[in-house]
Design a protein around this ligand. Sequence first.
Ligand code: NAD
Length: 263
Amino acid sequence: MRLENKVIIVTGSTTGIGKAIAKRCVAEGAKVVLNGLEEDWGKQVLNELGNENAILHIEDISNDNTVETLVELAIKTYGRLDAVVNNAAIVASSNIQTTDKNFLRRLLEVNTIAPFALIKSALPQLSKQHGCVLNIGSVNAYSGEPNLLAYSITKGALTTMTRNLGDTLFRENGVRVNQINPGWVLTETEIERKKQHGLADDWYTHLPKVYAPSGRIIQPSEIAAAAVYWLSDECGPISGQVVDLEQHPFIGRNPPKDSSTIK
Ligand code: NAD
């Protein structure tokens, strides 16, 4: 098993990509600290993983002391902390008209400042284990869709943080910091979000090739499979890297011939 005996905090693991990462971590031999907002969903994940493999803490990651509580839980329950996955995020639509300062501040708090605070709080423990951090970014960090303005800004800042700390923390503390940028992933929430935007119930079964060359979008388990590499010792000394996980390149792509849009 590739993560045997490692103890890993996965934020936002009550659903979606975080849940898939937590499940895969346990399948690879790790113990996980689960976190998120939805108590019912969190308990379901905990049931699936088993009380011997996971512990759940439901609380807003941006509250004062939540990150400290997650680190304490890992140490109290399992005696060590090897890795942190900063996955929790608010995924919300907004453009220049609908983004005000408070909205931007709220997204920055959850998507950027909370990951920073968790890394800082976990650092003494991660240093002891020569552990690692995996930030979950987004391909929207490069520029982002027009209606994902605030969200894209938060992921851009997260990307710079990954590169900056991926250099400093590895040199000074032996802690690797890397980031994966999922493309379009078919989570339970994403299915509902698109329905609320007016798409058909089965929107994900007929997608334009421009967005989904394979005819489908990515499964959370496929992102989780990639996460294991960055969390495992197989990664060796690689740090400060940001890797896109999408079906097409983001830099240098030619304008699509198929201009039909559903996003
Ligand atoms: P999701 O909306 O399905 O789940 C989000 C998770 O974060 C939930 O567990 C929720 O409880 C938690 N969360 C949200 N706000 C929180 C807060 N304030 N405190 C604690 N927990 C909080 O999201 P997802 O689609 O699985 O996305 C997971 C990560 O992947 C995010 O960082 C997102 O930006 C990124 N991502 C997703 C996609 C996609 O297509 N689904 C694409 C690119 C990047």
